[in-house]
Design a binder for this molecule. Sequence first.
Ligand SMILES: [Mg+2]
Length: 257
Amino acid sequence: MKGIILDIDGVLVRGKEIIKGSPEAVRSFLGRGMTVTYLTNNSTMTNEQTLMKLRSMGFPTAFVIGSAFAAATYIKEEFGPARCLVVGEMGLLQELVLAGHEAIMAGDGNRSFDFVVAGLDRTLTYSKIDDALHAIRGGARFIATNRDPTLPVEKGEVQPGAGAVVAAISTCSGVDPIVVGKPDPYSTELALKRMGLQAEEVLVVGDRIDTDIAAGRAAGCHVALVRTGDMVDLSGSSLPVYRDLLELSEEILRKGK
Ligand SMILES: [Mg+2]
């Protein structure tokens, strides 16, 4: 295996908590000459901010692909620079601007846009949903960073995920969004491009079958699940399953592959 794509929430960290042994595991992958990418559906930070957060928690530098970056890149590649209404947090707005788009936060009554881009928004309001509804009614395309129902945080708890935000806009507009994050393979394919590797040379590691593993498989990569996230019912799955990332790294070391 020449490369490894690691989900962040539920694999490396839970909120501000480091999952035990995961920084060491990442170092061992790098030490074996593997190319590492941190790939997250979390849309609240830019790639750069995500890397800074991980570095401050003791993780080594590696490529980062977040769903905010994926959304901004998708719109740029498919449609060119666009006018985007953001129902999300600053990281999403910043990645859109970095990609050359005009990006405006929802909630101020602006409604003339090419795209409504929705992600996790922990200050969601009725007027933001209202702006998104009217932008979509006015012809804007609807893009979602992801539809994760929940976000794993400290002490095994969860909070509402981007999926709850997306569902609100989808329900009132009657429009199903284009989703760029996992389980869609788009962000995983961006990671492969960034690493310069073929899908069959790369292992995708995640804590969710319905997002990480689904995206990894759809992209044609090898896949492995770790049990440090929220998925407890693994009945009927034929996946390689590991207790945590450290166990997976020791297994790779042992097998020498
Ligand atoms: Mg996860």
